[in-house]
Structures are given as C-alpha cells and as structure tokens.
Ligand binder design. Structure first.
Ligand SMILES: [Zn+2]
Ligand SMILES: [Zn+2]
Length: 73
C-alpha cells in the first residue's frame, strides 16, 4: 500500500492527500513544481521515473490513513 507521504522531499512543502504529487517506485515523493521544473519526471534519488500519485478516495482514508512521517532531504 502507498504510504502517501506528507511532503515534497525537495522543497519540503506540504502535500495534501488529494493534491497533485509525484512518486517513484520507492515512493520518493515530490510536488508537481519540483517534479516538472527541477527533476523533469526523474527521481533524483534512484533515477527512476516519477509518476503522478493516485489519490486515495476520502472514504478509505479513515481505514487506510496516509503517512505522517515526513520524507528526508
Ligand atoms: Zn517540491
Ligand atoms: Zn526514487
């Protein structure tokens, strides 16, 4: 299951569960601005591709809550 991390690893901005975010296969997580302007759809950590993070339906968030652990630098 996706962790749905709460922040962008590059600029450390908050990412709401229903906001546009991008993740790699290891779930390194970035905001859309950093993804499009800095990383150009490539994860700087593992060099894999970044894809749009799916949005978990609101009804399932109580049972499957998003991660509150902020990603490292
Ligand atoms: Zn960012
Ligand atoms: Zn990565």
């Amino acid at each position: 299951m996706l962790q749905i991390r709460p922040n962008c690893e590059t600029c450390h901005c908050d990412l709401a569960v229903d906001s546009t975010a991008y993740i790699c296969t290891f779930e390194c997580t970035f905001c859309d601005t950093c993804t499009e302007n800095i990383h150009i759809l490539q994860c700087p950590n593992c060099l894999g591709n970044l894809e749009k993070r799916p949005i978990r339906p609101k009804a399932l968030l109580a049972k499957y809550p998003p991660s509150t652990k902020r990603g490292s630098s």
